[in-house]
Design a protein around this ligand. Structure first.
Ligand SMILES: Nc1ncnc2c1ncn2[C@@H]1O[C@H](COP(=O)(O)OP(=O)(O)OP(=O)(O)O)[C@@H](O)[C@H]1O
Ligand SMILES: [Mg+2]
Length: 403
């Protein structure tokens, strides 16, 4: 195991007029947040929080509103004074920093992205992206060069000279990400950075961030209240409740070995995409015969999104989609000409989240066995339905706890 880059040791954060008084004493004795508040009128922001973040990992802090996520991330660059404990950045005792040392530390070691990233309306996208560099005193030429690299990374190279009002919300958030990337700090702190985006854009941003992270080997401390997001992007996930850490583990550990009833309840039904396997959703392949005509093939398709044609060994060779068949019918094209050879395949034991992206193209996916033989037909609508069911569950869940 490498040395952690960020380490919190038994950190307490009490909000109130006398943070180091009785409230801290009670919190240290293990009294829970609500009881401390009832007894002292002080709010426990963090209670005995310890975790290590290792270089190059995406460490996600996940929890409901008020669980202490933002407070925790803010201790890392000393936006908050802590009440007790230690915060380390490598061998720097973060709490001991002040004045220009603290400013330099914040600038050089970490960049931050928030939920609603404020851009300067009168500055171009490239100037917005390079703002952190400007503050560092880096000249315009170098600034633009590095900003451009960052904008390219987030897919906004072509918009360098645009102004924020010309961009969609998702694009603006990307500029925020580019600004953090351009600053070229070893650590990125991201507090609900994608939470305001709609689900598809959000997923795209998650994917891009994971790509970028792989390429640049950044350490990312990412906060979300969305368990699905946490499990999707986190190398490790830290679940918080009432200011305390409930569990730290890999997504698999959280899902399969929830530490407490609270976590178990959280994960129950929530992330089916990871645990539902393809064979649970696929249907019998009912392949089309190769020697048929278009009309006959359409009858065989029925209401399926598409079907496959197999060879003598039972291996899929072609796919006919319902959309292609209709188009061919209209344009008087023959059966053989409207079949495709570019189809996706997967295995019966793959999990649904691995095929979610390709289901977006609306084409069926061929489920094959180890020998390449067709054993199932995976309809994109069924994947969407299954994943949609999951999202509804999460939505319902969030409504339940937030309202
Ligand atoms: N400046 C403050 N003064 C008083 N209490 C605060 C302050 N900041 C946070 N708190 C309290 O500390 C607790 C943790 O807040 P925090 O903002 O860290 O939660 P969070 O997990 O980030 O929630 P959210 O998902 O809503 O952003 C909450 O009970 C909150 O009311
Ligand atoms: Mg917060």
């Amino acid at each position: 195991m490498p040395e952690p880059i960020v380490r919190l040791e038994n950190v307490f954060k009490i909000f109130g007029s006398q943070p180091r008084g009785r409230a801290l004493e009670l919190a240290k004795a293990g009294v829970v947040k609500n009881d401390v508040q009832a007894a002292t009128g002080h709010v426990v922001g963090m209670s005995d929080v310890s975790f290590d973040v290792y270089p190059g990992e995406i460490f996600v802090i996940m929890g409901l509103s008020g669980s202490g996520k933002s407070t925790a991330i803010r201790t890392v660059n000393k936006l908050h004074e802590i009440t007790d404990g230690k915060v380390w950045f490598e061998d720097i005792d973060v709490q001991s920093l002040s004045g220009t040392d603290l400013q330099d530390f914040r600038r050089e070691k970490m960049a931050m992205v928030f939920q609603h990233f404020a851009l300067f309306p009168h500055r171009s996208v490239i100037d917005n992206a390079g703002y952190g560099l400007k503050v560092k005193g880096i000249d315009k030429v170098e600034r633009d060069k590095r900003s451009m690299v960052a904008l390219d990374l987030v897919g906004l190279g072509a918009f360098a000279q645009s102004h924020p009002h010309e961009l969609s919300g998702g694009m603006q958030q990307r500029v925020g990400l580019a600004r953090a990337l351009a600053a070229d700090t070893p650590v990125m702190l991201m507090d609900e950075a994608f939470s305001a985006l709609d689900p598809l854009i959000r997923r795209q941003m998650q994917d891009e961030m994971m790509e970028i992270q792989k390429e640049l080997e950044k350490t990312i401390l990412f906060i979300t209240h969305d368990l699905n997001e946490a499990l999707r992007i986190g190398d490790r996930v830290c679940i918080m409740k009432d200011g305390a850490v409930v569990q730290i583990g890999t997504p698999e550990e959280i899902l399969t070995q929830p530490a407490t009833g609270y976590v178990a309840e959280f994960v129950q039904d929530v992330d089916q995409g990871r645990v539902i396997e393809v064979h649970e959703v696929m249907v019998d392949p009912e392949p089309l015969s190769a020697s048929t005509n278009l009309k006959e093939a359409m009858l065989q398709l029925g209401d399926r999104a598409g079907a496959f044609i197999i060879d003598g060994d039972g291996k899929p060779t072609h796919m006919l989609t319902a959309a292609d068949a209709v188009r061919a019918m209209v344009n008087n094209i023959g059966f053989a000409e409207c079949c495709r050879v570019d189809f996706e395949t997967t295995s019966a034991t793959a999990t649904l989240n691995t095929v979610y992206a390709s289901s977006g193209r609306g084409m069926p996916i061929a489920v094959i066995d180890d020998d390449g033989r067709l054993i199932g037909n995976l309809d994109p609508r069924h994947i969407m339905q299954e994943m949609g069911r999951v999202e509804n569950l999460i939505d319902g869940f969030e409504r339940e706890v937030f309202m």
